[in-house]
Design a protein around this ligand. Structure first.
Ligand SMILES: *Cc1c(COP(=O)(O)O)cnc(C)c1O
Length: 357
């Protein structure tokens, strides 16, 4: 089978060694003669996986001891609600930076047990930028942001560092660049954008927020429930956690966040450079807010869409179709995307330019 260059926005590509080793575990986990998915999650073998996964998150992201790391379920979509429940305080109000469709969905969830205030929104320009001109007042319990807007190709470069607790949906750029964990009170991320297969959701939160909510929380949505039981209150999704652990091992081995951040910059710069130096392509995101994970662009001459799509198919390039709300194209380049694949895509863009530009 010839190699497919998978630029899909999610679920993400993973390193081949992760696919291979996780596939092995389904048939014969750790040479035990048993499958990973048939053993008890409380067996020594799986507890070791959970512990290593948590330890790797701590190491790779440099998570201080004052923070809890949890592997839960429900995706980032349940994270929207979980964040709101756990961070509600005296004002029973969350403030939201509405930078895309996911941010909007997050904001909606706060209204189920409290109030949701839009601090700033970029919806006026179809979310093609990150609003920066806003001030926070003390009428909110927390400020919620989306670090990378997967659909619109924008990314927050500088996070809020004030007094108000900061919550962040980091689904599509966690582990892609260095961050300062101490800027955040709560981070959550669905695994399937840049960490592993769908089915587990990573939570990193300040221990001091646990059990402090001003509203009653259903048991499964209370982060304290899961913290008290080391992510084993109920049966954890063992396979996605195992594959995520393997992926984090890989990330650590290749050089961790400093190395991957540099790689991710190089990959996205290569495409942005092509976009900016071509009359055929137009980037849809505001330059200073451009994402290094999801590059969104359109063709200036829509009549060329078909030709371009045909060239992509011939080059085995997959998953480049833009989200329907933006149109055009989106090249998602999560951690495991090799530089060579990006370079092949850019060659196709150049070829089209030479033909039609
Ligand atoms: C994909 C995505 C989500 C939704 O994630 P699920 O795990 O499918 O619920 C939320 N936020 C962002 C930024 C995403 O990219």
């Amino acid at each position: 089978m010839s190699k497919v260059h998978n630029f899909s926005a999610g679920p993400c590509i993973l390193p081949n060694e992760v696919f291979e080793k996780s596939a092995e575990s389904i048939l014969n986990f750790n040479e035990s003669g048993l499958s990973l998915i048939e053993i008890s999650h409380r067996s020594a073998d799986f507890v070791a996986v959970m512990e290593e996964a948590i330890q790797l998150v701590r190491e790779v992201l440099n998570v201080p001891d004052s923070y809890e790391v949890l592997f839960l379920q429900g995706g980032a979509s349940l994270g929207f609600l979980t964040a709101a429940y756990n961070l509600m305080g005296a004002h029973k109000t969350g403030g939201y930076l509405v930078t895309g469709a996911w941010a909007k969905k997050a904001a909606k969830e706060a209204s189920f047990m409290g109030n949701s205030i839009t601090i700033a929104s970029s919806e006026d320009k179809n979310f093609n930028y990150i609003p920066k001109d806003y001030t926070l007042k003390n009428n909110i319990d927390y400020f919620h942001v989306t670090s990378n807007n997967t659909i619109f190709g924008t990314q927050i470069k500088n996070f809020y560092t004030g007094e108000i607790p900061l919550a962040c949906d980091m689904s599509s750029d966690i582990f892609s660049r260095k961050i300062n964990i101490e800027d955040f009170d709560l981070i959550y991320a669905g695994a399937q954008k840049n960490m592993g297969p769908a089915g587990t959701t990573l939570y990193i939160c300040k221990k001091e927020i646990l059990g402090k909510s001003s509203v009653p929380i259903p048991t499964m949505l209370d982060l304290k429930t899961h913290s008290d039981k080391d992510s084993m209150f109920n049966t954890p999704p063992v396979f996605p956690i195992y594959a995520s652990m393997l992926n984090l091992r890989w990330l650590k081995k290749i050089g961790g966040l400093s190395y991957i951040e540099e790689q991710n910059e190089k990959k996205s710069e290569l495409i942005y450079h092509q976009i900016d130096n071509s009359s055929l392509f137009l980037g849809t995101a505001n330059k200073e807010d451009r994402s290094s994970m999801n590059v969104t662009f359109t063709l200036t001459n829509e009549a060329l869409n078909e030709t371009f799509n045909k060239m992509l198919v011939e080059a085995n390039i997959n998953g480049l179709k833009g989200h329907r709300s933006v149109g055009g194209f989106r090249a998602s380049m999560y951690n495991a995307m090799p530089f060579e694949s990006v370079s092949i895509l850019v060659d196709i863009m150049k070829e089209l330019e030479n033909k039609k530009g």
